[in-house]
Design a binder for this molecule. Structure first.
Ligand code: 5GP
Length: 190
């Protein structure tokens, strides 16, 4: 008889530019039994992003309507007038598909998920080796306007203070090593 599936969750959070997306993508490629939680957002689509793959891109009105009808597990106004949230339907979809869920969300959202799902959830904070490195990475990424970059840098400084609230802290100094450590974290928890 097949073993009963017990859905788990991995919440990866980090200050913007710490390499979180790279780690998450690597894990999803490496492990078949992981599935990505596609968030809803009201921010503009970036070049190369696809609706329903990277995010569900919603208007502010659509987002607020879903909020009113309690469709979110958690949501945040991550930046002024830019809303992000995890839909309940995503969690249901992935667990029905027998996938352990991987989240790439902000610090507050990560804490909300951890609080709600407790031992079913492992919350991992990815830490850049230093704030300077992080600001440099964020600037070199060249995806943001100057105003947006400033907002992101000020947020990074705030978010760094929360790292001791997580189950694991992963310091992303050498990417190869970080990816291996992330794999071990996943294998140990499942
Ligand atoms: P970006 O605009 O760079 O894709 O994401 C900005 C921030 O929003 C990142 O820290 C990302 O992890 C976070 N984020 C993405 N989806 C969600 C979500 O569903 N909920 C919350 N709370 N944050 C999210």
């Amino acid at each position: 008889m097949s073993k009963e599936f017990k859905g788990k969750m991995f919440v990866f959070t980090a200050p913007s530019g710490a390499g979180k997306t790279t780690v998450v993508r690597h894990l999803l490629k490496k492990f078949d039994h992981l599935g990505f939680s596609i968030s809803a957002t009201t921010r503009d689509k970036r070049k190369g992003e696809k609706d329903g793959k990277d995010y569900y891109f919603l208007s502010v009105e659509e987002f607020k309507a879903r909020r009113r009808s309690r469709k979110f597990v958690e949501w945040e106004e991550v930046y002024e007038d830019q809303y992000y949230g995890t839909l309940k339907s995503e969690v249901e979809r992935l667990w029905a598909d027998k996938k352990h869920i991987v989240f790439d969300i902000d610090v507050k959202g990560a804490r909300a998920i951890k609080k709600k799902y407790g031992d079913q959830c492992l919350a991992v904070f990815i830490c850049p080796p230093g704030v300077e490195t992080l600001i440099e990475r964020l600037t070199n990424r060249n995806t943001e306007s100057e105003k947006s970059l400033k907002k992101r840098i000020s947020r990074v400084k705030r978010e760094m203070k929360f790292q001791n609230k997580f189950d694991k802290v992963l310091i992303n100094d050498l990417l190869e090593v970080t990816l291996e450590e992330a794999e071990i974290i996943v294998e140990d928890f499942i």
